[in-house]
Design a protein around this ligand. Structure first.
Ligand SMILES: Cc1ncc(COP(=O)(O)O)c(C=O)c1O
Length: 397
């Protein structure tokens, strides 16, 4: 056998987004781009801000010796200093640059953190639904992802998290604004989660981390904000990137920040830096560390995502599809309507949508049967033009 069986199995189980992506290519070839309603991918369609493009040109034109060389595995000090400013502002506590590690996107950051903290058989609890890749990021490092159902409105359910806790729990992983629901977890719920983990620590002697995966932190609607984690729980880590807010997903630039009051912070940071190295990332891309060090706070107008959220909810209302209204990010999580034969199967319904040239991702991959995800980082025209297709698909379902 030339490929490891567990990889074959993992590939088979995580093919939903790839399947939608491939179906999209085929349909677009046949019917033209404008006649396919592709809501499958979370690829931001805003261009990076002009400030980012200008700095890219400036750095590309630089003749400074060593610009493209290796650097310490944690990243350039000036990039870490810029992130220290960003994270300190967001968290409301001062986070020194030595507690920041530059990473290859949030995905690379999560893998480095998991590598650093997981022992074989350890568990990471995640409120469900969740970003499907988390399963693989955990198993990559000998861990297991344990989903804990959220409430009906997708807010944190502290009881399900409590029930999932055990002596194997290495961390609780939260993602807010959430992919796929767009939910922002409230300040009160984050505090409750912290209290619950403190109680668990007293009982078991093992303190789980809280890891906040925050690539969508800046994309929020109607003055909503994302509550800081560092002031409420010491064993906490923030992982983030510039993939979504600065529309740079292909450039693989992100960072990890560790709570300055965590007692074993130096050991943890050293382990994450080492993991970043031995996973083969070595260091985050040099060029884009330079870029974001200068542009991390470039102004971005996210109002077009709000317009598109509102356009898509209008379409779904017309088609009688129930959804959770997102408070941030750019995903709509929708309930599969009951079909004529009583079915609410998400795979069958996504196949039904595909017949009407609508591409969506079944909720199974996010740990939620009976639901599907639409990514609305597509043009408003695509959204409004999809109205009749949604109505017809539901009518014939
Ligand atoms: C919740 C979540 N976390 C992490 C990532 C990975 O982000 P990055 O491209 O910065 O690695 C994504 C990408 O879609 C995501 O949705």
């Amino acid at each position: 056998m030339s490929v490891a069986p567990q990889i074959l199995k993992a590939m088979e189980n995580s093919s939903a987004i790839r399947k939608a992506f491939e179906a999209g290519i085929k349909l677009k070839k046949e019917f033209g781009n404008d006649n396919v309603y592709d809501f499958s991918l979370g690829n931001p369609d805003l261009e990076p801000p002009i400030e980012v493009k200008n700095v890219i040109k400036k750095i590309a034109a630089s003749d400074e010796i060593g610009t493209h060389g290796y650097m310490p595995n944690a990243g350039y000090n000036f990039a870490r200093a810029a992130m220290s400013k960003k994270v300190s502002e967001e968290q409301g506590v001062f986070v020194e640059e030595k507690n920041i590690i530059m990473s290859c996107g949030a995905a690379g950051g999560l893998n480095a953190v998991f590598k650093a903290i997981l022992s074989q058989g350890d568990e990471i609890i995640v409120p469900s639904p969740f970003f499907a890749e988390y399963i693989h990021y955990c198993t990559n490092h000998g861990g297991k992802l344990i989903p804990a159902a959220t409430n009906e409105d997708f807010s944190l359910n502290i009881d399900t998290i409590k029930n999932a806790l055990s002596s194997k729990t290495a961390a609780v992983l939260i993602n807010s604004p959430n992919n796929p629901t767009g939910k922002i977890y409230s300040k009160e719920d984050i505090q409750l989660l912290a209290n619950t983990l403190e109680e668990h620590t007293k009982k078991t002697g093992r303190k789980p981390y809280i890891i906040a995966d925050e690539p969508y932190r800046a994309i929020v609607y109607e003055n909503k904000t994302v509550a800081p984690l560092f002031p409420v729980y010491d064993a906490s880590i923030v992982v983030s990137s510039f993939a979504k807010n600065l529309s740079l997903p292909g450039e693989r630039i992100g960072y990890i920040a560790v709570n300055p009051v965590f007692k074993e912070i130096d050991e943890l940071c050293a382990a994450i830096i080492f993991a970043n190295r031995i996973l083969g990332y070595v260091n985050a891309p040099a060029f884009f560390q330079r870029v974001i060090a200068e542009t991390w706070n470039a102004p971005v107008d996210f109002s077009s995502y709000l317009l598109r959220r509102n356009a898509l909810t209008k379409v779904l209302d017309k088609a009688n599809i129930h959804y959770a209204e997102p408070e941030g990010a750019f995903y709509l999580f929708c309930k599969v309507p009951k079909g004529k034969n009583g079915s609410t199967d998400e795979n069958d319904f996504c196949n039904q949508l595909e017949k009407y040239r609508i591409l969506a991702v079944p909720g199974t991959g996010f740990g939620k049967k009976g639901w599907f995800r639409l990514a609305y980082c597509v043009s408003e025209k695509t959204i409004t033009n999809s109205t009749d297709a949604f109505i017809a698909a539901v009518k014939a379902w």
